[in-house]
Structures are given as C-alpha cells and as structure tokens.
Design a binder for this molecule. Structure first.
Ligand code: ZN
Length: 244
C-alpha cells in the first residue's frame, strides 16, 4: 500500500504571472508562510525562480536554514514549452547554477506545469532527481509516481486555487486524493490580492484567509494520519532510491 504521505509545496515567483510583475507575495507572503510552517512543524518544498532568489537572497537562505527543500522553478517563470529546446536548456542550466548558490537543488517544477519531455534528459544531466511538472488533472492525467531514467516524476494532485476554497467545499476533495498528495500554491496567494487588476482566481480568499486554510489543511492531513514531508523525502518513502 502507498504510504500516507503529503507534500506541501510553493512555487516562489512574481505575483500571479503572467499578469503582474510585482513581488509582494515573496516579500510579504513568504515570511508568513515560513512562520506558519514553523508553528505547525512542517517542512515543505519551495520551487524558486532564480530571479526571486537573486532579488530576495535572505529569504532563499532562510528557506534552506529552516530545513525546507529548495527546488527550481526556472529563471524568470518563462514558459519552457514556448522556447526552442536549446534556449530552454540554457534557462535550466543558468537558473540551476544560481539556485545552487543557496543550497542543494535536486527537485524541479516547470512554470505553468509545462515541461516538454525532451528536456527531461537535460534535467537528469544537471543532477535533478525529482520532477514535479505534471498534474493529475492535466493531460495525460498521470495517476502515479513514475520513474523516467534517473528522474522520478511526481504529479501534483490538485490546482493551487483549490486550497483557497471555503473549507466545507475543499474538504471532500482532499478525501478523494490518493497518496502521495502533492499540494502547491504560491506566496502571492498569502497576501491580499483582492484589489489587484487580475482575474478572479488570482484574487479570491487571498491573504489571511489563505493562511488559515493552509493551517487547516495541515491539521486535517495529520488528523488523517498523513506524514508531511519534502518532495524528495516523499519519493524516498515511496521506495525510490534518491538522495535527499
Ligand atoms: Zn509558477
């Protein structure tokens, strides 16, 4: 039986790309997320764009110092599926070498969960061991964790805005998810975006309500007997031989 393991992850990027270019989420939201995780004693995975790590180096270091896992989310949140392969490979190389200035980086998630398969060998060569660029709710609807050469591919379970639905609506959705449950959201969801000129799903229940819902989710998962782990640790718990 698959162990009951859940991963809380964050894609650390500009606010609601591609609509805004501000970084309120990283500046104001990320510290709040870190406080909440410390209070709840949860270690999570943070996929940084290299740009955000460079702009907020102290936060990137703090993530690592507080025991969380650092991953890559590209350089400037560019859509890798819209770049020629050689250019996309350069983006991966450059962002990886910048992020490794802050800590070990072995896990990857492509912006918009769009990773052309022909970039998997590039990730493997750069020393990545886990890719989380697929989603159970997007074609080809991967159901399980899969080995792909030296990489283990772990699909995310639900889209981020689900975590901001009123609890009575989201609770039954979690129950339907098979382990490993991989959640993701973004620092900008934890600052009040209600007045920003962006589409509704980038605004509703952002800020304090999102933080409280995240706390509720963590406690709910524990109540259901789920272990909360970083992505790499979860992959190990599932029996894959990766070093974390
Ligand atoms: Zn992203």
């Amino acid at each position: 039986m698959t162990p009951r393991v859940a991963v809380i992850s964050f894609d650390v990027e500009q606010d609601c790309p591609p609509y805004l270019d501000s970084a309120r989420g990283v500046e104001e939201g990320l510290p709040r997320i870190l406080e909440l995780l410390a209070e709840e004693r949860v270690r999570a995975t943070f996929f940084f764009t290299a740009e955000m790590a460079r702009r907020f180096p102290r936060l990137a270091r703090r993530v690592v110092d507080e025991g969380h896992e650092l991953g890559s989310h590209g350089y400037r949140h560019e859509r890798l599926d819209r770049l020629p392969r050689s250019e996309a490979a350069r983006v991966l190389e450059r962002s990886t070498s910048i992020l490794r200035g802050y800590g070990e980086v072995k896990v990857f998630r492509a912006p918009n969960l769009k990773l052309p398969e022909n970039l998997l060998p590039v990730l493997a060569k750069l020393g990545y061991r886990v890719d989380s660029s697929t989603a159970r709710y997007k074609p080809p609807f991967p159901r399980r964790v899969e080995k792909h050469g030296p990489l283990v591919r772990v699909p995310v379970s639900v889209t981020s805005s689900v975590l901001r639905l009123p609890w009575r609506l989201q609770r039954p959705l979690h129950g339907a998810l098979a382990p490993p449950r991989v959640y993701f959201s973004h620092p900008w969801e934890y600052v009040d975006m209600s007045r920003e000129p962006v589409r509704l799903d980038c605004r509703f229940n952002t800020g304090e309500p999102a933080l409280e819902l995240l706390r509720r989710l963590i406690r709910f998962l524990r109540g259901e007997g789920y272990m909360l782990a970083t992505l790499c640790e979860a992959v190990r718990m599932l029996g894959h031989d990766v070093e974390c």
